[in-house]
Every structure is written in C-alpha cells, then in structure tokens.
Design a protein around this ligand. Structure first.
Ligand code: FMN
Ligand code: SF4
Ligand code: SF4
Length: 262
C-alpha cells in the first residue's frame, strides 16, 4: 500500500477538491492536502521526493490550466522522480489541452506522470451547466479510478510514466486569450462580513471595502458569488450574461462522462 497520497490543487468552487478527495478515498491510503487556491498558500516552495505520490488537480479554464496555476507550479513546486497523476476538472464543454499541459509541466518539474483523469464539475458560470456535479455517479467513478490507480502502483518498482500520446490533447496548447476585465457587482444587502474577500483566489476584493472588486485581478472563478451568504454578489454586465447564455445554449447537453488514462 502507498504510504501517503498528497492532493495538490486549486479549486475556487470546490468541484476539483471533491473529485480529488473521492479519488484519494478509492486509493485507500493516508491523505495529505495542499490546497493552493488562496494567494497566501501560493507563496512557499514545495518539494517532493521519490517516496511521495502527488494527485494534482486543476479546473480547466479555456481548454488549458488557469495561468496562475501554471505559474505557481512552475515557480514553487518540484519533484524528484515523484509519482504523479494529473486531474483536470471541466464544466461539461471539454478539457481540450489541459491534461497534456499538466502532463508536460509536471514532467518538466521532476514528476513521473503515470495516470490522468478528466472529471466533471458544475460550471462556474452557471449552476445549470453540469448541475450538481460531481454527483454520486461521478464520485463512485472517481473512487473506482482511485482503486485502479492504487492497484497499478502496488505492482512495486519505479513508477512508470504514461507513454507520450496516451493522454488526449494538442501541442501547442490552446492559446490563452486575454480576458476582458470584469468584476462582480455588490448589491445593497452586503453586510461586510468579508467572506468573499477572504475566499477570493486572487485577492481582487478589498476586505475593508468588500463592495469593490478589482476587474484587472478578477479571474471570474465565481467563488465570491457562490459563497456570499446573502446573495449580494453577482456578475451583471451584458458581456458576462451573453457568455453565460452562449454556454447554456451550447454546453448544457449532452452530459459528459469522466475519463481516465492509466
Ligand atoms: C474562466 C473559466 C473558464 C472555463 N473554461 C472551461 C472550459 O474551457 N471548458 C469547460 O468545460 N469548462 C470550463 N470552465 C468551467 C470549470 O472548468 C468548471 O466549472 C470546474 O468544475 C471549476 O472547478 P472548481 O470548482 O474546482 O473551481 C471554466 C470556468 C471558468 C471560471
Ligand atoms: S460575502 Fe456578501 S455580504 Fe459578505 S462582504 Fe462579501 S458581498 Fe458582502
Ligand atoms: S472577485 Fe473574481 S476572482 Fe475574486 S472570488 Fe470573485 S469571481 Fe473570483
């Protein structure tokens, strides 16, 4: 049995976290978590050794990893022949090149990528796209993937990398297009509890004036909108509403299922 698995993840609306925890549950070994969602958790360097095993989780943003997730991993995380599985979580459209980008980056950083999975999470932009996912079926699937991964690792010897080309995706990866600056609005109901500011992954909300959000820093992760206990935060701009309407028209159906590469 593995001594331990480390979950290393960014998860603004917690669907990546839930998928990863279910996989780890299926692996049946002790679990450690490094959640680098908040800015204060992206400051220190993290090094892994040959005995470690890392489950890296990232949401898919625009078919690739969110840029600052990539930058954090590139700058602060390193392995030394460390076994790793990469998990991309997407909102029922597609994961495009995210998994191969994760595979390449982790390999460059000293990890041996031995498995990959594309899982589904409710779309950050709308609770109607992939609503409630990961659901029970997804979580059972994730546990089963965890069991299969543990079986593969229990064979002993050095962890073997997946052959190049097994994980679907294109190189070069999908281009990251510059986002139009946008931030959530705050309605009069705000009681300045500070919950949105404390949970913003980019520090875009000023804790002293949580009604304001910096559009240049905001990544539209929707964490603040989902978390506000009074429903006081919302993206109301026409541009955002048009994006959501387009996503609803194109990605609500058919239901996508998770996939693994082992
Ligand atoms: C800026 C942004 C871009 C996104 N791009 C994609 C995408 O390309 N394909 C997709 O299926 N889902 C996309 N999504 C949806 C997320 O991948 C999905 O909701 C994921 O479950 C969020 O993970 P989290 O709950 O761990 O934050 C995007 C979400 C955001 C905020
Ligand atoms: S979470 Fe809601 S109520 Fe609390 S400070 Fe933020 S906007 Fe205001
Ligand atoms: S302000 Fe933007 S980046 Fe911060 S939690 Fe809200 S949506 Fe996410």
């Amino acid at each position: 049995m593995l001594q331990k698995v480390t979950l290393l993840y960014f998860s603004a609306t917690k669907t990546t976290q839930r998928n990863l925890r279910a996989i780890a549950n299926g692996m049946g070994c002790p679990v450690e978590e490094i959640d680098f969602t908040l800015p204060q958790n992206r400051e220190r360097d993290v090094q892994f050794g040959e005995q470690d095993f890392v489950l890296l989780g990232s949401p898919v943003y625009g078919g690739v990893m969110p840029l600052f997730v990539r930058e954090y991993l590139a700058q602060h995380v390193s392995g030394n022949h460390t076994g790793c599985a990469v998990v991309g979580v997407y909102g029922n459209r597609h994961y495009d090149d995210c998994l191969v980008e994760m595979e390449d980056l982790m390999t460059d950083k000293g990890f041996v990528v031995t498995a990959a999975a594309a899982c589904i999470g409710e779309h950050s932009f709308s609770t109607q796209i992939a609503a409630g996912r990961p659901d029970e079926k997804d979580l059972a699937w994730a546990q089963d993937f965890g069991r299969k991964l543990a079986e593969k690792l229990s064979a002993g010897g050095a962890v073997q990398p997946l052959a190049k080309g097994v994980i679907p995706g294109n190189r070069p990866y999908k281009e990251r297009k510059p986002a139009v600056p946008m931030a959530p609005e705050t309605t009069n109901g705000c009681i300045r509890c500070g919950m949105c500011a404390k949970n913003c992954p980019t520090g875009a909300i000023d804790i002293r004036e949580p009604e304001k959000a910096d559009a240049e820093k905001c990544i539209r992760c929707l964490a603040c909108v989902r978390l506000c206990p009074l429903g006081s935060k919302a993206f109301v701009s026409e541009a955002f509403q048009n994006t959501v309407a387009w996503c609803l028209a194109n990605f609500k159906e058919p239901r996508k299922e998770p996939e693994y590469y082992l």
